[in-house]
Write a protein that binds this ligand. Structure first.
Ligand SMILES: Nc1ncnc2c1ncn2[C@@H]1O[C@H](COP(=O)(O)OP(=O)(O)O)[C@@H](O)[C@H]1O
Ligand SMILES: [Mg+2]
Length: 218
């Protein structure tokens, strides 16, 4: 099975490229073929990061290519076990195209209402445009470590029909340093931080598995 996963949000800096790189590395290290289509041609975050990673000779190497056009990007998606679409902010049109193409669309959000509200609003807009709620998932990224705040955020998201992924990624300088070195957020020197990121990546994998078995059941 070849999966297409979209990372989208209307906000810049929400964590789309962080999740794209995390998920790519977690699959690649287990021997799956993966590629990130970098659709944020303004930032090209993943593209530049992949060059840093290659320069530092970090294994596994992650394939990233920038695309101005989703159609071109999708043309080769079937050649990979997982094809990750890293979206640009402020473009509902591109976001919707990504969600239509993807088996799973992940929306990163922080734990504050300021972040949660636009994330839910985006999910509603996608659902209104015909995307199935079970194929839209929120990921708690750049949060605090406060259990009370995280629980409140989960309670808020649980009121919706969409999926909230297990795990969370708190703000940490070590994550930023990892990115700067061409690494992903499971590759910091800190085991607890790596484990937090791993849990979120595993939750994306589990969700894809659930979607695949729902499809088989239909
Ligand atoms: N948990 C985190 N802690 C600290 N910095 C983070 C964390 N997650 C992401 N970042 C940093 O935040 C910035 C924006 O993240 P990014 O994933 O590029 O957002 P987007 O792709 O949505 O614009 C990047 O510099 C990234 O390294
Ligand atoms: Mg980005």
């Amino acid at each position: 099975m070849s999966y297409i996963i979209g990372m989208v949000s209307q906000k810049g800096g929400a964590g789309k490229s962080t999740l794209a790189r995390l998920f790519a590395r977690e699959l690649a290290k287990d021997g799956f073929s993966v590629k990130i289509a970098d659709l944020d041609t303004q930032q090209t975050t993943c593209t530049e990061w992949a060059a840093d990673r290659a320069e530092a000779q970090i294994e596994p190497e992650i394939q990233v290519q920038p695309f101005g056009n989703l159609k071109t990007a999708l043309a080769e998606s079937g050649r990979f076990d997982a094809y990750i679409l890293d979206g640009r902010p402020h473009s509902f049109q591109q976001t919707l195209e990504i969600a239509k193409a993807a088996h799973l669309t992940v929306i990163p959000t922080g734990q504050t209402k300021d972040d949660l509200r636009p994330a839910v609003k985006l999910a509603h807009s996608l659902a209104d445009a015909g995307i199935r709620a079970s194929q839209i998932a929120f990921a708690l990224v750049k949060t605090t470590n406060s259990e009370a705040e995280l629980n409140a955020a989960r309670a808020y998201l649980d009121l919706t029909d969409y999926v909230t992924l297990d795990g969370f990624v708190p703000v940490s300088t070590a994550y930023g340093i990892a990115h700067d070195a061409g690494k992903v957020i499971t590759e910091t020197p800190h085991r607890t931080l790596n484990e937090k990121a791993e849990r979120l990546a595993q939750s994306i994998i589990n969700r894809l598995g659930a979607i695949a078995s729902e499809k088989e059941a239909v």
